[in-house]
Write a protein that binds this ligand. Structure first.
Ligand code: NAI
Ligand code: AKG
Length: 378
């Protein structure tokens, strides 16, 4: 490879990083760990974000994911009003085959090397128990089980936040919070999606569900039978074409894209998946089709609220209060979008960027408590 190609390649990586502060490639031959940690913005505090494990087909695919996910975390922290920055980690590997305690300890060692700039925990493909191993190597782990001193499964408040998001959306569209009798198409019955499905059934809603994990599908079907609820199982892409009222993506990102957008018959999209829109222009396309989009990082902030609370000193009541605020924040974003003729994602982004600007000025106000980093005599 000649020098020109080399130079272009390195510029390209920095172009991809855009406004990200730092990207760390973590490689450990012995455990097979191949991970990327991305720190997007630490204006408000140390970066915080879960660690996803997925058999990414290429390193580029993993990099694309971690860059977008970590940027989303910056916005999520701002919108949820927690004093942390945006970061995320991805492990390239199959969560069903490649997990070992040593792999997570190796990840913990890399996190420790960042000296408090990055805190992590569970995400898609990882569980709180995985991070009990990582915790042996670093204090910068959140969301481990309560028996290990953590706040427990963060998918519980995340699912609760999705329910608040669905209620706010119901209110905006049909004038009532009541989810009973409406039909929801849930993609993914994992840690979050399964809990959302259970709660919707308990509230008298009807469901379409899909998951590649047959055990999760069987389990929700039998739960519905037990409580007299209605669940229809669909396969693969059929979930985009159902006649449900609301699509609830709780698996992977980029589900609203050029290939899926014309399939949707729903009135709204509200779910936990991070980065549901492949691009902001898909927000515009949803609006043109009369589909109300609940910005993902507003709706799915419950887990972040719980794990960040651990670092302040856990307080269950505060977690519940902050999670409940998802309802009013989302309604405010819907109103702002309508008043300012914006898409809902544009309105949410604008709200976060304004708040970041305001906070960054306050964080830089000089006082005796906030000493400058350089050495001056006072
Ligand atoms: N766990 C949490 O507290 C939070 C999760 N999220 C996001 O919510 C989403 C779900 O997260 P978790 O429930 O924690 O992950 P998970 O890994 O527990 O569940 C994901 C589910 O999606 C299913 N799935 C995978 N491919 C599929 C496909 N092609 N079709 C249908 N189902 C498929 C999996 O089998 C699994 O049941 C992710 O995008 C995650 O980033 C966001 C904020 C917090
Ligand atoms: O939910 C968590 O454990 C951490 C927060 C996070 O990574 C997320 O909200 O995507």
């Amino acid at each position: 490879m000649n020098a020109v190609t080399n130079e272009w390649k390195s510029i390209d990586l920095f172009t991809q990083m855009k406004e990200h502060e730092q990207v760390i490639f973590c490689n450990d031959e012995q455990t097979g760990l191949k991970a990327i940690i991305a720190i997007h913005n630490t204006t408000l505090g140390p970066a915080l974000g879960g660690c996803r494990m997925q058999p990414y087909p290429t390193v580029d695919a993993a990099l694309f994911d971690v860059l977008r996910l970590s940027k989303g975390m910056t916005y999520k922290c701002i919108a949820a009003d927690v004093d942390f920055g945006g970061g995320k980690a991805v492990i390239i590997g199959d969560p069903n085959k490649d997990k070992t305690p040593e792999l997570f300890r190796a990840l913990g060692q890399f996190v420790e090397s960042l000296n408090g700039r990055f805190y992590t925990g569970t995400d898609m493909g990882t569980t709180p128990e995985d991070f009990v191993h990582a915790m042996k190597e670093t204090d910068c782990i959140v969301g481990v089980p309560q028996e290990y001193g953590g706040s427990g499964d963060s998918s519980v408040p995340t699912a609760l936040g999705v329910i608040y998001g669905l209620q706010a959306t119901n209110k905006a569209l049909w004038g009532s919070d009541d989810l009973q009798g409406k039909t929801y198409a849930i993609q993914g019955l994992g840690k979050v999606g399964y809990k959302v499905a259970e709660q919707l059934l308990e509230k008298g809603a009807n469901l379409y569900v899909c998951d590649i994990n047959q055990a999760a599908v069987d389990s929700i079907v039998s739960y519905a039978k037990e409580i007299g609820g209605s669940v229809k199982v669909v396969q693969g892409d059929e979930i985009y074409r159902t006649d449900a009222d609301v699509f609830v993506p709780c698996a992977f990102g980029n589900v609203v894209n050029d290939d899926t957008i014309d399939a949707f018959k729903v009135r709204a999209i509200v779910g936990s998946a991070n980065n549901q829109l492949l691009d902001v222009r898909h927000g515009q396309m949803l609006q043109e089709r009369g589909i109300l989009y609940a910005p993902d990082y507003i709706v799915n902030a419950g887990g972040l609220i719980q794990v960040s609370d651990e670092l302040y000193g856990p307080n269950k009541e505060r977690v519940l209060q902050k999670t409940k605020a998802i309802y009013s924040t989302l309604l405010d974003i819907y109103t702002q979008a309508e008043n300012e003729q914006l898409t809902t994602i544009e309105a949410a982004n604008r709200f976060c960027e304004k708040r970041l600007e305001m906070r960054s000025r306050r964080n830089n106000f000089f006082s005796h408590k906030k000493r400058p980093k350089w050495d001056i005599r006072l």
